[in-house]
Design a protein around this ligand. Structure first.
Ligand code: HEM
Length: 524
């Protein structure tokens, strides 16, 4: 049988015989064999390369699945939620510290119905927060999103969040805040002046009213002044806050159901009694501004109805984020100052210096605020020890490798900032209230302590400067006008927000002008 190997090594048959193709000369045969050899070598090389690429990847993948940190998922359904809540309702929450000791800085758990990796170390938390929009997006629990609203900034990510964020940052910018200092001071004085006629006050109630009025004024102008509408809204916000971090069980009597009902009442009240009312000339109106802005942003699919819902969520989200937090910070600052006479002395000296530098009754200015350096350290230290926001929630958008572990795609990543603020490796005697520890960093920024009170990364709190300004102005008038005395021991707890069993009830005495000190006392 005559046969010839074609260039591609095939024997071609036509009919019953073999059809010879090409020239069957020896040199051609050698060339074909050479090419054939090359082909085989190339095939083997590519295969080895592919296997070397794929095999370890699969192996890696198998390892990923077994590289979850240690931890416990707790009870069926509820996981460790009740254990965490019970711990936060005590004066010394130990849940995170115990887990950290048992399992290390990162551990797995199940909280608020979701599988999660909890991280307690400042560096890791900063890394997570800085990767917003990449490996992580916001991941607050279902109850939070439903009660606050799907279109509140903290529920949004992607383009929707970016456009809301631009508005937030712009409307809370420093240049505007600078102009608003007199309005904030006026709100502080309206709140504090009546104290002189009272025997005792609940600092919790007073600071809540003040913080609510400040943010309401910022958002809605003077349409939401003190009065019954204001009072009912504040009460509803407290119920709403309790619902935010409740298990999402929508049954009569549960905190979640009450939170949803409070949300509905707040929206109804805002629409009926506030935003539909005529606006005094010259008032700022973020409600209308936000609608205008979002209309111009023109995100795909935004109908008028959706726009209205987005605006409701925005206003509700701002009123919530801007008042519970600042009120809690003021409340705890007062407590820490009362418990630490050295701090009170230094604080008073700072504010007396500012007061005597002005004409009697002169208003505070932006420069005065910027000179309240020790007060800033007091605020920072208060937020370190009793941050109103204990946990920040994110969700992994892919399998994320972190510190030798893997956070699986779709899992929650819970940043335990309260725990990070109590890390003895970073904070000397972490449970001690010591504002002076923050002065070092002013002198030496390299020694900057890792503080996460206002979050970090692209979602850093846009209201941080407003909050600091109102707390500074509040403390200025408080320590220069009054002496406070505790009405008795109260227990402290931290859920859903840090608070005292009786609202921190204090006796108030107006200070005698002649005893006011005007020299600065430094205590080291
Ligand atoms: C002491 C007072 C305050 C504290 C401790 C605080 C804390 C925080 C923290 C930790 C975050 C980040 C949340 C996250 O990353 O998941 C945040 C975000 C936010 N805060 Fe504040 N905050 C305070 C006051 C305010 C005020 C006065 C306002 C507004 C008037 C405000 C509005 C917001 C908003 C809208 C966000 C969401 C930002 C976004 O998702 O892009 N906060 N805050």
């Amino acid at each position: 049988m005559n046969c010839c190997v074609s260039l591609w090594g095939e024997r071609e048959k036509v009919g019953g015989g073999v059809l010879e193709r090409g020239l069957c000369v020896q040199s051609e045969m050698d060339g074909r064999l050479f090419l054939q050899g090359l082909e085989t070598v190339a095939f083997v090389c590519v295969s080895v390369l592919l296997i070397s690429q794929l095999w370890p990847k699969n192996e890696e993948r198998a390892k990923i699945n077994t590289r979850l940190p240690r931890g416990s998922y707790g009870l069926p359904l509820v996981g460790e939620t009740l254990k965490y809540m019970a711990s936060m309702m005590t004066s010394a929450p130990a849940f995170m510290a115990e887990h950290r000791q048992k399992y290390g800085e990162m551990f797995k758990s199940k909280l608020m119905g979701a599988f999660c990796i909890i991280t307690t170390k400042a560096d890791t938390i900063k890394w997570v927060l800085n990767h917003e929009g990449k490996q992580f997006v916001t991941g607050y629990p279902k109850s939070f999103r439903k009660v606050l609203g799907e279109y509140a900034a903290l529920s949004l990510h992607g383009d929707q969040w970016k456009s809301t964020r631009r508005f937030l940052v712009n409307s809370l910018r420093v240049e505007l805040l600078r102009e608003r200092i007199p309005t904030i001071e006026q709100a502080v004085l309206e709140n504090l002046n009546p104290w002189a006629a009272k025997e005792s006050v609940s600092i919790r109630e007073e600071t809540k009213t003040l913080a609510f009025n400040v943010v309401a004024q910022y958002l809605l102008g003077s349409r939401l002044k003190s009065g019954p509408v204001n009072d009912s809204l504040r009460n509803d916000f407290y119920t709403l806050t309790e619902g935010l971090f409740a298990l999402p069980i929508n049954l009569p009597g549960t905190n979640y159901r009450k939170g949803l009902e409070a949300r509905a009442r707040i929206i109804e009240t805002l629409e009926r009694d506030v935003v539909s009312q005529a606006r005094p000339v010259g008032d700022e109106d973020q409600y209308a501004d936000y609608m205008d802005y979002m209309r111009k942003e023109n995100l795909p699919g935004t109908t008028e109805e959706l726009l209205l819902e987005k605006t409701r969520c925005h206003v509700l989200g701002m009123l919530f984020a801007g008042h519970e937090t600042a009120a809690s910070a003021m409340l705890f600052a007062v407590k820490y100052i009362m418990d630490n006479p050295r701090v009170l002395n230094e604080l008073r000296a700072e504010h007396e210096n500012i007061r005597i530098s002005k004409f009697e009754g002169g208003s505070l200015t932006w420069d005065d605020y910027k000179n309240m350096r020790f007060t800033q350290s007091v605020i920072t230290e208060t937020l370190r020890l009793a941050n109103p926001v204990a946990l920040l929630w994110r969700e992994a958008t892919e399998d994320v490798q972190l510190n030798g572990y893997v956070i699986p795609k779709g899992w929650k990543t819970v940043c335990a900032i309260r725990e990070a603020h109590h890390d003895p490796a970073l904070f000397d005697r972490p449970s001690e209230f010591n504002p002076w520890r923050h002065e070092q960093e002013v002198m030496n920024p390299a020694k900057k302590l890792p503080l996460l009170g206002f979050g970090g990364g692209p979602r850093y709190c846009p209201g941080a400067e407003l909050a600091r300004a109102e707390i500074c102005i509040f403390l200025h008038h408080l320590v220069t006008k009054f002496d406070l005395k505790s009405c008795g021991e109260e227990t402290v707890s931290f859920f859903p927000v840090p608070k005292f069993s009786n609202g921190l009830q204090v006796q108030v005495q107006e200070r005698d002008l002649s005893t006011r000190i005007s020299h600065k006392i430094r205590v080291h």
